[in-house]
Ligand binder design. Structure first.
Ligand code: GLP
Length: 253
C-alpha cells in the first residue's frame, strides 16, 4: 500500500489524476473501473483539463462503473450513469458504447448482476480501479457486514449510507434503498487500485482501511491484501492514521 498525503482536495485530485493519466498513457486501451461520489469529482476535472490540452486520449478506453442505484435510469439526474456522463464522459473522447454501468432499471436484478459480472470477466478484468470510501468504510456499495459478496450483487443500503448520500437528493426519503454494486472480487482483481479520500468525516474509515483488522465489517480493510494500491488522501482524512503511522509526504506499508 502506498499512501500519499495531499495538502488539500485540489492536491489530492491532481495526484490521483496523475496516476490515472500514467495508466492511460502507458496502456491506451485500459479498462478503467470508475467511481462516483464527491471524492473523485476533482480528479475527473483534472483529467478533462489534460484531455483539453491534448495530453490524454480516451478513444480506446473502456470504463466500467462500480455501482448504480436500483430504480434510477440513466436519464435520472441522481443516477450514477448521469453523474458519469456529466462529470467525465461527455467532456472527453471516450466512446459511449465502451462505458458500462449496472442497469438500475433491470427487471431481473439477478440476471443483471450475472450480466455485469460476466461483462467484467469478458473485458479481462480491470486495469485500474478508482475508489472513494464511505464513512462506514464501504467501497463501491459493498457495505459492512458479516460477509462480503464476491460478485456483482444487489445490496440493501445501510442507514448510515442513506444518510451520507442524502446530500445529493432533496431529502433522505428520496435516496433509493437498494443499489447494484460490483463485488469485492472484481475490485481486488484490479491490477491497480487508486483510492481517494478527503475531509475529517473519512478519518475513521481510512484508519480501518489502512491500519484496521481485515474484516467484512470494514470492506476497505481488504485493500491491505492488494499489492498495488495507492491511497491518496488529505491531511484531515489521514488524521487518525497519523496517530499511529506518521506520514511525511508518502509512505509504503
Ligand atoms: C457512495 C458510492 C461510493 C463512494 C461513497 C463516498 O456510497 N457508492 O462509491 O465511494 O459514496 O462518497 P463521497 O465521495 O461523496 O464521500
Amino acid at each position: 500500500m502506498r499512501i500519499y498525503k495531499a495538502k488539500n482536495e485540489t492536491d489530492m485530485s491532481r495526484k490521483a489524476a496523475n496516476i490515472i493519466s500514467a495508466q492511460i498513457i502507458l496502456k491506451p486501451d485500459s479498462v478503467l473501473g470508475l467511481a462516483t461520489g464527491s471524492s473523485p469529482v476533482g480528479t475527473y476535472r483534472q483529467l478533462i483539463d489534460w484531455y483539453n490540452k491534448g495530453d490524454l486520449d480516451f478513444s480506446q478506453i473502456t470504463a466500467v462503473n462500480l455501482d448504480e442505484y436500483q430504480g434510477l435510469g440513466p436519464d435520472n439526474e441522481q443516477s450514477y450513469a448521469w453523474f458519469m456522463r456529466e462529470n467525465l464522459f461527455k467532456h472527453v473522447n471516450i466512446d459511449p458504447t465502451n462505458c458500462y454501468i449496472e442497469d438500475g432499471l433491470a427487471e431481473d436484478p439477478g440476471a443483471e448482476c450475472l450480466r455485469y459480472t460476466e461483462l467484467i470477466r469478458g473485458l479481462g478484468g480491470i486495469d485500474l480501479q478508482l475508489l472513494g470510501i464511505g464513512p462506514n468504510a464501504h467501497i463501491g456499495f459493498n457495505e459492512p457486514g458479516e460477509a462480503l459478496e464476491k460478485d456483482t450483487h444487489l445490496v440493501k443500503l445501510k442507514e448510515t449510507t442513506i444518510r451520507a448520500n442524502a446530500r445529493f437528493f432533496t431529502n433522505e426519503d428520496e435516496v433509493p434503498k437498494y443499489a447494484f454494486t460490483m463485488g469485492i472480487k472484481a475490485i481486488m482483481q484490479a491490477r491497480c487500485i487508486v483510492l481517494v479520500a478527503n475531509g475529517e468525516n473519512k478519518a475513521e474509515a481510512l484508519q480501518k482501511c489502512i491500519c484496521g483488522t481485515i474484516s467484512p465489517e470494514a470492506p476497505a480493510s481488504f485493500l491491505q491484501l492488494h499489492n498495488n494500491v495507492f491511497i491518496v488522501a488529505d491531511e484531515a482524512a489521514l488524521s487518525l492514521v497519523e496517530k499511529t503511522i506518521p506520514i511525511e509526504q508518502s509512505i509504503i506499508l
